[in-house]
Design a binder for this molecule. Sequence first.
Ligand SMILES: NC(=O)c1ccc[n+]([C@@H]2O[C@H](COP(=O)([O-])OP(=O)(O)OC[C@H]3O[C@@H](n4cnc5c(N)ncnc54)[C@H](OP(=O)(O)O)[C@@H]3O)[C@@H](O)[C@H]2O)c1
Length: 253
Amino acid sequence: MTALSGKIALVTGASRGIGQAIARRLASDGATVAVHFHSAVEAANATVAEIVAVGGNAFATRADLSELGGATLLAENFTAELVSRYGSPAFDILVNNAGLGKRAVIEDITEDDFDLLLQTNLKSPFFLIKALLPHLREGGRIVNISSMGTRSAYPTMAAYAPAKAGLEALSRLLAVHVGGRQITVNSVMPGATATDMNTAARDPVASRAVAETIALGRVGQPDDIAKVVAFLASDAGGWVTGQQIDASGGQRL
Ligand SMILES: NC(=O)c1ccc[n+]([C@@H]2O[C@H](COP(=O)([O-])OP(=O)(O)OC[C@H]3O[C@@H](n4cnc5c(N)ncnc54)[C@H](OP(=O)(O)O)[C@@H]3O)[C@@H](O)[C@H]2O)c1
């Protein structure tokens, strides 16, 4: 028996970066993981194959969360797959990780940019949670991946940070709303993490400058964030709800 054996998780944006690390970690802790992706079908299939190769359970599911209706489609496909596999749409862990960034100050954000960032980072998680709440088992977990850009001022996150701040507000109020069902809802706020989204954190020279703003003296790796999510998903994390958990190694404290 492992910590999450018998549990079912959906991780959005699990084809790459932080979401992929979360999917691998929850699967190695024993959960069956739905690996959501948008365009990176090969990466998503490779993630599933990697999990299965080491004895885990996973399947891929596609949806465009920048589109109105993407969240509803994802919820329908995910629950239909659960019904076909297990005869029930019930599941245990939802990780809203898929996200989109645009580094631009307010003067350079168009209305289309604003709508895209709000849709992908806030509206889609909102409607995914709404569609899946009836199927989340008692004692379930919702983890929303935000950003430490909500607590520290980065002018080039003009539309991104407000979208993530909305996600944090949603997490907090939902924690109260679903607490009676013993479901926890938390936000995790990564700092600079080496992924496709944060090329500076990947670059050996640029990442050194970023590391100087971080108490622990290095940029984050996807696994650093996955460990925090795994804690929140586990029995040990069951008394933590409605929190914004900084996972930045102490960036810009
Ligand atoms: N990296 C950082 O420094 C950092 C810092 C703070 C917060 N975060 C947050 O952490 C989360 C993961 O970021 P990451 O750095 O791992 O990003 P990433 O490497 O760019 O991966 C993004 C993931 O989101 C999916 N995605 C992108 N657009 C989508 C869309 N329109 N519809 C559905 N899925 C979409 C991608 O799917 P495809 O592969 O199919 O395109 C991919 O799986 C995000 O919410 C991000 O805001 C990251």
